[in-house]
Design a protein around this ligand. Structure first.
Ligand code: FES
Ligand code: FE2
Length: 371
């Protein structure tokens, strides 16, 4: 079976070649196109997802929309036009398109006896929803793919009584490298060294049990290891800390930490922007330390530093990747990366054949590594 992403088992045992980590972009999923707060009033905002130029905006009632940023008449970006009620008017010849269906509603140059029916003409339009501070866009493969969008990804948190923050970083690599960088446990003590997080000396052996979930896997709920500063801080709320981390295709990692009624949830999503560019959108929500002033800006300082460490590392990595070197994934520390490629392969295969997706994990499995 021909596939775009391949992990070939090779010798010696425990090593895999990822030289075909091609960064294939998966359509028919929801992706965050930008922040809700960036869409103010009737302003039109350009975005790029999976190599497709988008225009984002709000209709007269404030409802967000997403369309391909290309006028179907003569190709000028629709983002150069303006919103009028529920329509977007192209700046070139004034054609209007309904922002929620893409249907052309008016062609000003037509005479009253014209046989051209504007409603037969469509601009490309994408399902669009706002959730947890993001504009999510369902990137359908093509208008005829007929896939009904699943529910929009949502943070697993109550609807009120918490704080939330959003950060993002551009990464100069294809989505595969972004995702495996996100789930790689072994870089922590080297890339994220700092007095408040961990040092190189804190490296120690870990053992975690993973179980399959639909389209992904999760680390079974467990008590987190003691070597990170953030968890030491959380111990102020008690010793009963539990954490679980879940990854699901195409690109979502969610970590949930609970201490009694208190919780911290963070989510990182790696979104393909173009073939060799992706973006990590990180958001965190919590109901702890409500009395601490400036808790959000303080949190952001640390989280931004953390993200920059990853970003800087991936910028360095991109230098080497330009030469398409063969790469390795080793057991057990890189097993998550292997599963990611296997999941992606299985998904692509099941889309091609129409058969159910074969999950790489058939049962819980315990991995061991040092980090
Ligand atoms: S190019 Fe958009 S209306 Fe002509
Ligand atoms: Fe990292």
């Amino acid at each position: 079976m021909e596939c775009d992403v391949q992990v070939q088992e090779s010798q010696p045992a425990g090593l895999s070649d990822t030289s075909s980590a091609t960064g294939k972009m998966l359509f028919d999923f929801w992706y965050p196109a930008g922040l809700s707060r960036a869409l103010r009033g009737q302003k039109l905002v350009k975005a790029m997802l999976l190599g497709q130029p988008l225009v984002l905006g709000r209709d007269v009632n404030g409802r967000a929309f997403a369309m391909k940023d290309i006028c179907p008449h003569r190709g000028i970006p629709l983002s150069c036009g303006r919103v009028e009620g529920e329509n977007l008017e192209c700046c070139y010849h004034g054609w209007k398109f309904n922002v929620h269906s893409g249907t052309c509603t008016e062609i000003p140059s037509l005479t009253s006896d014209s046989r051209i029916r504007p409603e037969k003409i469509h601009a490309t339009h994408y399902p669009c929803e706002e959730r947890d501070g993001y504009i999510w866009v369902f990137m359908a493969e093509s208008r005829s793919s007929g896939v009904n969008p699943p529910p929009v990804p949502e943070l697993p948190i109550p609807r009120s009584g918490y704080r939330i923050t959003h950060l993002s970083a551009d990464l100069p690599s294809n989505v595969d490298h972004g995702v495996i960088g996100l789930m790689d446990p072994a870089h922590g003590p080297f890339v994220h060294q700092s007095w408040w997080w961990r040092t190189r000396r804190s490296i120690h052996e870990k053992q975690k049990t993973f179980e399959p979930v639909p389209m992904g896997f999760r680390i079974r709920t467990h008590t987190p290891s003691a070597n990170s500063g953030a968890y030491k801080l959380l111990r102020l709320y008690g010793d009963e800390i539990t954490t679980s981390i879940e990854f699901t295709l195409p690109n979502i990692r969610i970590e949930q930490i609970r201490i009694g009624n208190h919780w911290v949830v963070n989510r990182a999503v790696v979104t393909p922007i173009e073939q060799n560019r992706c973006r990590i959108d990180f958001c965190a929500a919590w109901n702890i330390f409500p009395w601490v002033p400036l808790v959000k800006p303080i949190f952001n300082i640390f989280a931004r530093k953390f993200l920059r460490q990853d970003q800087g590392t991936m910028e360095m990595q991109a230098e080497g990747l330009r030469f398409n070197p063969p790469l390795m994934l080793i057991d057990d520390a890189d097993r998550l990366g292997k599963w990611y490629f296997q999941l992606k392969n299985a998904y692509v295969r099941s889309r091609k054949t129409g058969l159910p997706m074969e999950h790489p994990l058939s049962e819980p499995i315990t991995l061991r590594w040092r980090s």
